[in-house]
Structures are given as structure tokens and as C-alpha cells.
Design a protein. Structure first.
Length: 150
């Protein structure tokens, strides 16, 4: 009974924040969809169990947000995420950002498939690690010279 009440409370708050639709399955998996613009639709999925709550963004690109400790955190985290997307949506580079983020999600799947289905030698793992470190460095450099969104 507690899960149903928790789901309902969160869903009411998400509707007040502008959720266009919320679907709840009997397994306490909730899918909330928001339309922030003509080309910006954001979907979240959260699961409320006895003592565990998990939250992830499903679209515009998938990202596991993590384990949440109370229902209010679901609302707070989604609210913050929506505000960030709304701000980023106004950027002239938003479409390119979504493309890059989608490529990263594809990369995650490809690298997992590689490691789970192939015996990759150490040398090749080190090559991948080096390239990833270069990307981390590049992101840090770009972050340092890029102004905050307003």
C-alpha cells in the first residue's frame, strides 16, 4: 500500500511540474513524459519499492541517475534536470549536443558488447583507455573555456 501512495504522491507533483503523461505499471514502474519544446521531449522512469527508489532518464538519451532515497528527491532531481534541459534547449548547438549524447549511449552498448562477447587483449584495452582519457581531457579543456548557460 505504501508504494501505491508514494507513486501517487510523486505523480501528482510531476503533473504539477508539467508532465504530459504518467504511466504506472503494477510493478511500481512509473514513466513520466514531459514536452519542453517542439523538438524536446524528456522521459523519466522510476521504480518505487519498499526501501529502494531508482531513477533514470530514458530520452532524449538514456542516463541512469541512480538510487534515490525518498520520493521528494525524485521530484527535485527531475525538476533540476528539466530546468537544465530547458536552458540548454535555447542553445544553437542543442541538436548537436543530443547527437553527441546519443553517440555516447551507443558507445556504452558497443563497448559492453565487445567486452561481454570477445576476449579482448590487454593492449587493446589500454588503447581504449588512452582514447577515453583523451576525451576526458578534451572535455575538461572545453569546460574551462566555455561560459555557463544563462
Amino acid at each position: 500500500m505504501r508504494n501505491r501512495i508514494s507513486d501517487d504522491m510523486v505523480n501528482i507533483m510531476l503533473r504539477q511540474m508539467g508532465a504530459k503523461s504518467i504511466k504506472t505499471s503494477p510493478a511500481h514502474i512509473n514513466i513520466a513524459k514531459f514536452d519542453l519544446g517542439e523538438e524536446l521531449k524528456i522521459t523519466y522512469m522510476y521504480e518505487v519499492k519498499e526501501e529502494e527508489i531508482y531513477l533514470q532518464r530514458v530520452s532524449p538519451y538514456p542516463m541512469m541517475i541512480g538510487k534515490i532515497y525518498n520520493e521528494q528527491q525524485i521530484v527535485d532531481i527531475i525538476g533540476t534536470d528539466l530546468r537544465k534541459f530547458q536552458s540548454a534547449y535555447n542553445s544553437s548547438n542543442f541538436t548537436k549536443f543530443i547527437d553527441v549524447a546519443g553517440s555516447l549511449a551507443t558507445f556504452d552498448k558497443e563497448i559492453e558488447n565487445l567486452f561481454m562477447t570477445r576476449n579482448v587483449d590487454r593492449e587493446n584495452l589500454e588503447k581504449i583507455e588512452e582514447e577515453m582519457q583523451k576525451l576526458h581531457t578534451l572535455i575538461a579543456e572545453i569546460t574551462a573555456v566555455s561560459p555557463f548557460l544563462t
